[in-house]
Design a protein around this ligand. Structure first.
Ligand SMILES: NC(=O)c1ccc[n+]([C@@H]2O[C@H](COP(=O)([O-])OP(=O)(O)OC[C@H]3O[C@@H](n4cnc5c(N)ncnc54)[C@H](OP(=O)(O)O)[C@@H]3O)[C@@H](O)[C@H]2O)c1
Length: 327
């Protein structure tokens, strides 16, 4: 496993880290025993950074991470998020009172005195024009409840606005073979300001592992079933917002590009790691096997420029018209 600096925090994080949404909920049935085994495998594979949120299973994901930390002696940096417990997303909802109470709940779930990294959880675009919210986060850092804070964004424009705030240490954004726009505009600016970038949904909700077919079935409690058209939250979080059938066609165009000895999941992650501006990819994993497969991507050889160009062309021809101007 290779490690990269996380912005200006002084931490070096595993370039393949762990996304802990699926082990909390919204991905069909998951049992805590397998989830803990997946988390242990991540640490065994060299992962030292985990992304979670208060709403992933309403504390379930955070509590599993607390248990993992009790059972391991290695340093594990935990990034959590606040904001999605609001019944509707408004700037006013990100009040001092609410932020403090959400942070206190995460401190309790994780049983720590200070959160390593708190991210605002895809707040409304207008929030980025309200410096007072970032002032509250500064106060929470001063009070010792947070070490650092950052944001998780839907849109690239939000990312660009967020990094105008000097204490925003990280930006989490969807970045994968089907979502290439952040590399064009945002990465150079974040790199220049030494802001850490977390690439979320790196496998396009599993699509880029190449395992799905037209007739693949998803549990009613899995967002790949209930949010395919954005009924519950931003449609971009499910399959990266790409139409399922079209995405399957694009996956078949990517498949022959995968070098022998590499799984498609590893290829998708290696593609992300080719961008040196970012700190880490945070693939979700429900089993030790998935996590082992994903973490191995770090040690595999780089992709050739011909392969990178071919993936870009597939994106340009098939995917970009659907997503490029939207996020
Ligand atoms: N708004 C936000 O801030 C936000 C939104 C989304 C995600 N995130 C963060 O980003 C993380 C990653 O995104 P994500 O979990 O949505 O999507 P993802 O990483 O693209 O996909 C994860 C899913 O793909 C499947 N998978 C993983 N590794 C595999 C492998 N090697 N082989 C086959 N299948 C594999 C698993 O589901 P199955 O086995 O069921 O197929 C897994 O749950 C999340 O866990 C969360 O921490 C944040």
């Amino acid at each position: 496993m290779n490690y990269r600096p996380l912005g200006r925090t002084g931490w070096n994080v595993s370039e393949v880290s762990f996304g802990a949404w699926a082990i909390g909920g919204s991905w069909g049935v998951v049992d805590d025993k397998s989830s803990l085994a997946a988390l242990h495998q991540a640490i065994d594979s060299g992962v030292n950074f985990i992304d979670t949120a208060d709403v992933y299973g309403m504390g379930r994901s955070e509590c599993l991470i607390r248990q993992l930390k009790r059972e391991r002696s290695e340093q594990i940096i935990v990034a959590t998020k606040s904001g999605r417990r609001l019944p509707s997303q408004t700037v006013e909802g990100y009040s001092r009172e609410n932020l403090t109470s959400w942070v206190d709940d995460s401190l309790r779930n994780l049983q720590v005195d200070s959160l390593d990294l708190l991210q605002l959880h895809c707040p409304p675009t207008d929030l980025y024009y309200h410096p007072e919210v970032f002032g509250v986060l500064d106060d929470l850092v001063r009070a010792g409840k947070l070490r650092y804070y950052g944001v998780s964004v839907e849109r690239l424009e939000e990312a660009l606005k967020a990094i105008e705030y000097p204490n925003v240490q990280t930006v989490q954004i969807i970045f994968n073979c089907f979502r290439q726009r952040p590399a064009e505009i945002f990465f150079p600016q974040a790199k220049q300001k030494q802001v850490g970038i977390l690439a979320r949904v790196p496998l396009a909700s599993g699509l880029l592992t190449g395992k799905f077919r037209r007739d693949s079935q998803f549990d009613p409690e899995d967002h790949r079933n209930f949010n395919r058209h954005g009924d519950a939250f931003d449609v971009g979080e499910t399959f990266s917002g790409v139409d399922y059938e079209l995405a399957l066609q694009a996956v078949e165009e990517i498949r022959p590009l995968v070098p022998s000895g590499m799984s498609m999941a590893q290829f998708a992650l290696k593609w992300i790691l080719m961008f040196d501006a970012l700190s880490c990819a945070i693939p979700g994993g429900k089993s030790p096997e998935q996590v082992r497969d994903n973490c191995r991507a770090s040690d595999l050889p780089s992709l050739s420029s011909a392969v990178m160009k071919a993936v870009y062309e597939i994106y340009q021809n098939k995917i970009s018209p659907l997503v490029h101007q939207r996020w």
